[in-house]
Design a protein around this ligand. Structure first.
Ligand code: SAH
Length: 339
């Protein structure tokens, strides 16, 4: 392939070589890309003649935003097309003073969780490091500037710990400190330990979704080879090693994992400690039978955890109206694109 390289794939030094100019020109171009500017003609500190010749040698980004949609709550979904046509979504979620960007690590997902739309599709491929960073830069443009985005969650499509090096390198390339970044994993103990060893000190979210192996094996099939205790142990170790926030995500699904019995088992599994629980009422996914429990049940479940001393929050789904809420990414889109 003779495709022009994208700026985001190169270092300032590489860029300087491609354009046969001093390194500071490379740095200028990179700085524009990192501010989300996707056209060389807008890079106003470069000489006009240079701006005109750059498109012959380079692209700014390898991916393009093919669609954005805004829900009534002003949650913004960006559909991003990779150069091979693969589609991922990232979502901008405003919440008080925060603007959180949710980014994807893979196209599809190999984990196959029973309640998740991405899991239904299986894995198409992992994203490259620059493709992960480009989601951030596109969102910077949509959000209106580099300091608008205050937090990043790697909680979109894919299992980030199964795309380890690209994800870790992309995180290092983001202009945010680790404490503003959260990585969400299905709970792979080996990957969680490697992440702690990398020293990037991001917050960790572990998708637990069950209080015992029988329930978790059903909802999160990768648990069969791991076992829930190993997942909880790795999460604890991560907290000990990094002192960052560690949160267990627990989707509440009517008739599956939301009874008082499940709550009490969860209390016994987690014990007291510094680990938080986020309860997430299940987002309905078309073609899947699962539903969220009633408000009353959600509150009863939360209360049992809180009474046992476990810091627990209920996370309200955002972006449901545009199918951008957790577990809803991509399925509809694919159906209309390829169906
Ligand atoms: N693979 C990673 C990150 C992607 S999933 C992980 O498993 O954490 C991000 C979060 O969305 C996870 O907690 C996942 O379990 C949750 N999720 C998936 N489908 C959902 C649904 N239908 N309703 C609510 N949350 C869902």
């Amino acid at each position: 392939m003779t495709a022009r390289p994208s700026v985001t794939e190169l270092t300032a030094e590489d860029l300087a070589e491609v354009i046969e100019l001093p390194v500071f020109r490379g740095r200028q171009i990179l700085a524009w890309a990192e501010r989300g500017v996707d056209r060389f003609e807008q890079m106003t500190d470069l000489p006009l003649a240079l701006r005109a010749t750059l498109p012959g040698k380079l692209r700014v980004f390898s991916s393009t935003v093919s669609e954005t949609s805004v829900s009534p709550g002003k949650t913004n979904k960006l559909l991003i097309r990779m150069e091979d046509g693969a589609l991922v979504e990232c979502v901008l979620i405003p919440e008080g003073k925060r603007l959180t960007l949710c980014i994807s690590s893979q196209v599809g997902c190999p984990a196959g969780c029973a309640f998740c739309a991405s899991g239904l599709l299986g894995l198409t491929r992992s994203l490259k490091e620059h493709e992960i960073r480009e989601q951030f830069f596109h969102a910077v443009r949509v959000a209106g500037g580099p300091d608008k985005i205050t937090n990043v969650v790697i909680m979109g499509m894919g299992e980030p710990l199964l795309n380890f090096h690209p994800v870790v390198t992309a995180i290092r390339g983001l202009p945010l400190s680790g404490r503003r970044i959260t990585l969400s994993t299905v709970g792979l103990p080996g990957g969680i330990r490697r992440l702690a060893a990398e020293g990037i000190k991001v917050n960790l979210a572990v998708s637990l979704h069950a209080p015992d192996d029988a329930t978790r094996n059903r909802l999160v099939p990768v648990n069969r080879k791991i076992g829930i205790r190993a997942v909880v142990a790795a999460a604890r170790e991560y907290f000990e090693a990094t002192r960052r926030d560690v949160t267990f995500e627990y989707i509440l699904i009517e008739g599956e994992n939301a009874s008082d019995l499940h709550a009490d088992r969860l209390v016994r599994l987690l014990g007291r400690g510094n680990l938080n629980v986020n309860l997430i009422p299940m987002n309905p996914v078309e073609s899947l039978p699962f539903r969220p429990p009633s408000e009353k049940r959600i509150e009863a479940f939360r209360e049992r955890l809180v009474r046992a001393g476990i810091p627990t929050h209920v996370r309200r789904p955002r972006g449901r109206e545009i199918d951008a809420a957790c577990g809803q990414l991509r399925l509809k889109r694919l159906a209309t694109d390829q169906g």
